[in-house]
Design a protein around this ligand. Structure first.
Ligand code: GLN
Length: 239
């Protein structure tokens, strides 16, 4: 079997170790004998339905977000991404990428950035930066990460949060929600990078991609002793 990982705007949206998520997805596939190709989609690259089997969208600063927000509309990559998610393709978006997949992002300065409208949420720059380790209780169990954002994301009615904040700020530092889930797309504020320390989430994304592409597939278990040690020590240290 083969999976294509679509890496969105890696030259502009890749901060606080986010590229580690690509490495984790790639290794967890290769350790199971699944061939992996990483395809980059940035400004000037065309993207169409079926371009990738999993999409990853990292974090970025306001300046880069403005360039990317414009390209998502101009190149129609935003529309393609929405149709991919509607057919069940999994996606992980972190922080700045997550913010651009909501209805809009209003930064401190400059224009309000139109979002893709994938997640039923909107983001406005807050008056403080939310920085630090974060622990979240979710359907994947405890999740650990690192956050650094001023944007406060508010979920609209019926939006499904990824989880409940145990330690840290999460979406907005007010309502104890963190992230958003729509079909097999997950947005959240957890940099770090997220997936190496949260193998259950990494495998969920891989499993969903295999199901869409090949139908039901049993994902062989891996020896996650090291990953679980890193996960547990983070949970203990940060909670
Ligand atoms: N520029 C956005 C904010 O500050 C996103 C930052 C990020 O991706 N870490 O909220």
């Amino acid at each position: 079997m083969k999976l294509i990982i679509g890496y969105l705007y890696p030259d502009l949206m890749n901060i606080y170790g986010d590229t580690g998520n690509i490495i984790a997805l790639k290794k967890r596939c290769q350790w199971r004998g699944i061939e992996v190709v990483v395809k980059m989609f940035s400004i000037g690259n065309k993207m169409k339905t079926g371009s990738a089997d999993i999409y990853f969208f990292g974090g970025g600063q306001d300046q880069q977000q403005e360039l990317v927000a414009r390209d998502l509309v101009k190149s129609a990559k935003g529309k393609v991404l929405k149709s991919e998610i509607e057919r069940g393709v999994p996606l992980l978006a972190i922080c700045g990428g997550y913010q651009l997949l909501g209805d809009y992002y209003r930064p401190h300065q400059g224009p309000t950035l139109k979002g893709v409208g994938l997640f039923p949420a909107f983001t406005v720059a807050g008056d403080k930066r939310m920085i630090g380790n974060i622990v979240v209780d979710s359907k994947f169990g405890g999740l650990v990460g690192f956050e650094n954002h001023s944007g406060q994301t508010f979920l609209k009615e019926n939006a499904q949060p990824l989880g409940k904040v145990v330690k840290g700020f999460g979406n907005n530092g007010e309502d104890q929600t963190e992230g958003c889930v729509y079909k097999n797309a997950i947005g959240c504020y957890m940099h770090g990078s997220l997936l190496p320390k949260n193998p259950a989430l990494a495998d969920w994304l891989i499993q969903k991609a295999l199901e869409v592409k090949y139908g039901k597939v049993k994902l062989p278990k891996l020896n996650d002793q090291l990953e679980n040690q890193a996960h547990q020590s983070a949970i203990q240290k940060f909670s």
